[in-house]
Design a protein around this ligand. Structure first.
Ligand code: TYM
Length: 402
């Protein structure tokens, strides 16, 4: 296992894989996640058909991630829609901890965020937590985390966000703006709360103990910059929920802000048996920077839900539900529901064999990654249009706010 997990295990003591077969914290996701159980544990709400119809009425189009319940849980999404219908626009907030190259799983919340930006004409605030990754020990030094942030940023920009409405910042370049908000939040969080929400221990460094105030601070940044209360919606994987549940939503009323709303995503699996796609297991993750032959090799050597022999598979069918290859179609590589159902049926009836299914997916992933890489290359010219920073070391501040 990589360094990240070792360090994170030392930070976190409030969840045990043995108790429930999986762990979901902001730093560790392990085992086969029971998403329904998380709704109960975290006290969130399920995304209902009714809520989806409401979104469809407003946007005219439902993203497959919603239709397929890849984004499946929320807090106050109905409230955000109430405000929107009443003429009050919301902003979006999401982020990335820059420790490695971006993989396809990271793109899932960002693609969804882009859909929300387009449909609701919303500003996006995107935080790169270089400090978090350094403090956690996931990068050897702070400077490498920042370097990785600049590289990861290309993946985000490649997805086509609107530069006029998208504000990307790296924590350590935006501290003059962020620190006063974080300090006001931190004053309301005791060590005891932070320990129970995040599982910090006596050996956890104090930087990590303060850090949740910074991830929470971005929820209120748009309100500070606009000089009025702005509703905030956070599309992200459900692993980030402790920051909102335990910190931002608790502190918001004390500081006079709206509580931030969330829409929670599931995790795109890795290509191994069980578990999410994770940079700490590079052979089972597809990075956006992987060359075509590597993409192909990884897909073709994936675990599948196939049977031991062709004869058995023809007789019994394969197990699509436990197969990462099927899940890749489900997440990103087959938007058409009828086609997806056909793949599922052909797989589980034994008509489609794993070799053919993998070969078809490998082609689609190769094509997707190649196109993404072209856009990623072009994004190098665009960084300046997106970045916001405090004036320091020659960096230009871009407020861009009306
Ligand atoms: P990070 O870098 O661990 O993850 C970035 C985003 O990717 C999601 N994610 C996945 N989604 C689907 N499938 C996967 N396999 C997968 N792996 C990761 C995460 O849930 C997250 O949404 N501390 C944060 C950075 C951050 C942030 C935020 C994230 C700062 N502010 C606000 C979300 C919202 C981090 O390290 O994320």
């Amino acid at each position: 296992m990589g360094k990240v997990e070792v360090v994170a295990d030392a930070v976190i003591s409030n969840q045990s894989e043995k108790d429930q077969g999986f762990v979901v914290t902001p730093w560790v996701v392990k085992g086969n996640v029971d998403y329904d159980k998380l709704i109960d544990q975290f006290g969130t709400s399920r995304i209902t058909d009714e809520l989806i119809s409401r979104i469809k009425k407003l946007t005219g189009e439902i993203h497959p991630f919603l239709r397929r319940r890849i984004f499946y849980s929320h807090r106050d999404l109905d409230w955000i829609l109430d405000r929107y219908e009443a003429g009050e626009k919301f902003c979006l907030y999401t982020g990335r901890g820059p420790s490695e190259n971006v993989h396809l799983g990271h793109l899932v919340p960002w693609i969804f965020t882009k859909y929300l930006q387009d449909k609701f004409d919303a500003e996006l605030y995107f935080e790169f937590t270089d400090d978090e990754k350094f403090l956690l020990g996931s990068t050897s030094d702070l400077e490498s985390a920042k370097r990785i942030a600049y590289s990861n940023m290309l993946d985000l920009i490649a997805l086509g966000f609107d530069p006029k409405k998208t504000f990307i910042f790296i924590d350590t370049d935006y501290m003059e703006t962020m620190y006063p908000i974080a300090a006001k939040i931190a004053k309301h969080i005791t060590f005891s709360t932070a320990r129970s929400v995040f599982g910090f221990e006596n050996s956890t460094n104090v930087g990590m103990i303060f850090f949740p105030a910074l991830e929470a601070a971005t929820c209120f940044l748009p309100s500070v910059l606009h000089g009025k209360n702005v509703p905030c919606l956070i599309p992200a994987g459900i692993d980030q929920d402790p920051y909102w549940r335990g910190i931002a939503r608790e502190v918001a009323p004390k500081l006079g802000y709206y509580k931030p709303a969330q829409i929670h995503g599931k995790f795109m699996p890795g290509l191994g048996q069980g578990g999410k796609m994770s940079a700490s297991q590079p052979e089972t993750a597809i990075f956006t920077t992987d060359p075509p032959d590597v993409v192909k090799r990884k897909v073709l050597s994936s675990f599948t839900g196939g049977r031991a022999t062709v004869e058995e598979q023809r007789r019994l069918g394969a197990q699509a539900d436990i197969c990462p290859i099927y899940h890749y179609y489900y997440y990103l590589f087959e938007e058409n529901d009828t086609e997806l159902a056909r793949i599922y049926n052909d797989c589980t009836s034994g008509t489609l064999l794993c070799g053919d299914c993998k070969a078809m997916l490998a082609e689609r992933v190769q094509e997707y990654v190649a196109k993404h890489q072209e856009k990623r290359e072009k994004a190098k010219e665009l960084i300046e249009d997106f970045i916001v920073a405090d004036i320091r070391g020659g960096l230009k501040k871009r407020s861009g706010l009306s």
